[in-house]
Design a protein around this ligand. Structure first.
Ligand code: LMR
Length: 400
């Protein structure tokens, strides 16, 4: 019955790893997927995560029962505090409902399914460009996806005027997807003043903000600074969605740990919203897995472990920032044509290099360097040892 089935293309991001794994060159370098690597090019399990896991293993009272549909209660409470701030009035007034989901993607999808079922306006505006999975998540949930201008290739910075125009013209009530910090793929974020203008625009037009927060702590090394945009929107008392991922900031990629929070106007609305989220989740995957959320809760609720985490998180963020400087210096030393200052100006895990599809294909073929075809490189995959190889490949690609 499936004899005529058409082969689907590989995923534009995860497919890069598939191609990388097939390459037998000893010099191959995977700068595709946003996954942190050490200076030795190895995946990193944080010490604090190992410590939390050890504590969990040693605790004989722990069982493998199902979690509630909404997940681990402690994890949900602590996740809301992490993103909205411990002193957030929305939390104190019980206006926030938080449900544990399968990392950022799962949180976005649960939010999208809920909106498709219960919200009056089915149009969502996403930035152009954005993380490739956004379009698919929202479309498959039944929302109609439109884009707003975000990145200006000429300046390799924010097209703020375009953003204001497009969101200003969006039909009232439209949902707006915002990257909380470290915009993926561009590494370009609004300033605090620009965020304030965006907030005023959204609120004055009755647009609904939906934050994707996949990099809290990764952009600046500071958890509070990287949640500033979200907190501005919550401080005004309005509604807001936030999807959190612990993949990057705790290195829990494969554990699939995340949370969806919906900030409502009253505690009563929040509890009714939660009752409906349960109806979304139960037929999808019943209830979420216990292990990763237990690791996160163990770390977030213990002051020492929390502090240890922030130190390790800052070290990851700082290493990425130093890779930016090293790559910029290497290209400057080579005299590679063009202005490469965006490498040090952009923030977070990625640099949006400006390299085109042909140049990317050339670098993969000749230098065994793997990146997404839009020219995005994961700075977290670089090390001092591999920077010269990448600089050489970029130089060759732009001078050929
Ligand atoms: C990325 O953009 O590389 C990461 O968010 C991983 C993913 O799932 O695409």
């Amino acid at each position: 019955v499936f004899a005529n089935i058409v082969r689907a293309p590989e995923d534009p991001i995860l497919g890069v790893t598939v191609a990388y794994n097939k390459d037998s060159s000893p010099n191959k370098l995977n700068l595709g997927v946003g996954a942190y690597r050490t200076e030795e090019g190895k995946p990193l399990v944080l010490n604090v995560v190992r410590r939390a896991e050890q504590m969990l293993v040693n605790d004989n009272s722990r069982v493998k029962e199902y979690l509630p549909i909404v997940g681990l209660a402690d994890f949900n409470k602590l996740s809301a505090k992490l993103i909205f701030g411990a002193d957030s009035p929305a939390i104190q007034e019980n206006r926030v409902t938080t449900v544990q989901c399968l990392s950022g993607t799962g949180s976005l999808r649960v939010g999208a399914e809920f909106l498709a079922k219960h919200y009056h306006q089915l149009t969502i505006y996403i930035p152009n460009p954005t993380w490739g999975n956004h379009t698919k998540i929202f479309t498959l949930a039944g929302l109609s996806v439109k884009t707003y201008r975000y990145y200006d290739p000429a300046t390799r910075g924010l097209d703020f005027q375009g953003l204001l125009e497009d969101l200003g013209a969006a039909p009232s009530g439209s949902i707006v997807l915002l990257h909380a910090c470290a915009h993926n793929p561009t590494g370009v974020d609004p300033t605090n003043e620009q965020w304030e203008q965006i907030r005023q625009l959204l609120r004055s037009k009755g647009l609904l903000p939906f934050f994707d927060s996949a990099y809290q702590g990764f952009a600046s090394g500071n958890l509070d600074a990287d949640a500033q945009s979200v907190r501005m929107f919550v401080a005004d008392g309005g509604e807001c969605f936030a999807a959190q991922s612990y993949a990057k900031n705790m290195g829990l990629y494969g554990e699939r740990v995340g949370a969806l929070s919906i900030v409502c106007k009253t505690a009563d609305v929040a509890s009714r919203v939660e009752s409906q989220l349960k109806l979304v989740i139960r037929p999808m995957y019943s209830n979420p897995p216990i292990h990763g959320a237990s690791i996160v809760a163990t770390i977030l609720k213990d002051r020492d472990m929390f502090n240890e985490w922030t130190v390790e998180l800052k070290a990851m963020a700082d290493r990425i920032i130093s890779m930016r400087q090293q790559l910029f210096d290497a290209l400057s030393a080579k005299g590679t044509p063009g202005d490469w200052s965006h490498i040090i100006k952009q923030i977070g895990m990625f640099t949006f290099t400006g390299l085109n599809t042909e140049q990317v294909a050339f670098m993969t073929k000749e230098y065994h360097i793997y990146l997404t075809s839009d020219g995005r490189i994961s700075m977290a995959g670089l090390s001092s040892k591999t920077v010269p190889h990448l600089a050489e490949a970029i130089h060759a690609a732009v001078t050929r």
